[in-house]
Design a protein around this ligand. Structure first.
Ligand code: PHE
Length: 345
């Protein structure tokens, strides 16, 4: 049995237990585990000793080895458990948890300001009996210009700097007015009362006041005996609901090839607003839209008989309106995706 003494399981056990009791946190315990039970650990080395044990003693050697292994493993697991618990308690005492504190509020998303103003416009127009109609953003030159009384080379085309596509005759619409023709051709000879919201595109330099991509809301009313007075009444009612009950509406004559007569509409800006001078360039009036009585040629292009019906149309910029209402001084903020800006609405 002299050789069996090469492996002294009892000493291994005593050393192992002493090591375990000296290790008082998880890293130290893990290091102990590697030293004893790792691939090159003491237990594995001790097991190797079996080769030198005489056959008749091997069973006893194995039993003893097993007993010591189980004893060490059990103690290791217990020590690891209590080390972890101690760490947890230490953490909690160092940074106590106050269960009476209210929870952190979850941030709530909001609709994009452009969507909000559009919905406000829909609500006001719906009360006045308008239906919402959608039209395409990639348009033909024919609908965007020709059918709106602007033949090729018409100088008024210069009012809209155009994005062309690779397909000849196909462009990005420069305004929502081509939607007028689509609606008319679908509805003629019936009366019409629609708004057409949507994105428009203009090939212009981007600045605080103009974007190459912006929203417009077109309005179109057609019927027997529709007059300028109806247009004026509609726009005045709209402006008062959008900007406040005391707003004055001012109408100036203007020019668009597809309306005759054509007008531009201003509203007076509240005298008490400190931004009034800057926003109105000192005049006290702010332009909010272009409008007019639908040109007879356009009515005809849409399939109506201008001797039987008349109509009015308007085109407004919702983003511009929101800029006025909320004193936003840079239109680029709309597509800038800055949450600090968007979260204010
Ligand atoms: N389409 C015109 C523009 O974009 C606005 C407008 C619409 C004017 C309808 C008159 C009638 O400038």
């Amino acid at each position: 049995m002299a050789d069996a003494a090469l492996v002294d399981w009892a000493t291994l056990e005593t050393d192992g237990l002493a090591g375990l009791h000296a290790a008082d946190d998880e890293p130290a315990l893990r290091a102990w585990n590697t030293r004893f039970f790792g691939d090159k650990g003491l237990v594995k080395a001790a097991m190797g000793g079996i080769a030198k044990v005489p056959k008749e003693s091997r069973a006893a050697f194995g039993q003893e080895a097993n007993r010591v292994k189980v004893a060490l493993e059990t103690e290791y697991a217990a020590r690891l458990d209590s080390a972890r618990e101690a760490a947890l308690v230490a953490g909690l005492t160092a940074d106590p948890l106050d269960v009476t504190l209210p929870g952190r509020p979850r941030p709530r998303g909001v609709l994009h300001p452009a969507t909000q103003i559009l919905r406000q416009i829909y609500a006001i127009c719906a009360d006045m009996g308008f239906q919402v109609y959608r039209s395409r953003e990639v348009e033909s030159d024919e609908f965007n210009f020709e059918l709106l009384n602007m033949p090729e080379h018409h100088p008024a085309r210069d009012m809209w700097d155009t994005f062309f596509t690779e397909t000849p005759g196909q462009i990005l619409r420069t305004h929502t007015s081509p939607g007028q023709i689509h609606v008319m051709r679908e509805m003629a000879p019936n009366p019409v009362r629609v708004i057409l919201p949507g994105m428009c595109y203009r090939n212009e330099a981007i600045s605080t006041r103009s974007e190459i991509q912006f929203l417009q809301v077109e309005g179109l009313v057609i019927g027997e005996g529709v007059t300028m007075a109806d247009l004026k009444g509609t726009l005045t009612a709209f402006a008062r609901r959008m900007f406040g009950p005391d707003r004055q509406v001012r109408i100036r004559s203007s020019y668009f090839p597809f309306t005759e007569p054509s007008i531009e509409v201003d509203i007076d800006w509240p005298k008490e607003d400190p931004n009034r001078d800057r926003l109105t360039k000192g005049t006290g009036w702010l332009e909010i839209l272009g409008a007019g009585m639908v040109h007879p040629t356009v009515l005809r292009n849409g399939g109506y008989d201008p001797d039987k019906v008349t109509g009015f149309a308007f085109g407004m910029g919702p983003q511009r309106m929101l800029m006025l209402k909320a004193a936003i001084d840079d239109i680029r903020l709309f597509w800038g995706n800055d949450v600090r800006f968007l979260a204010q609405f």
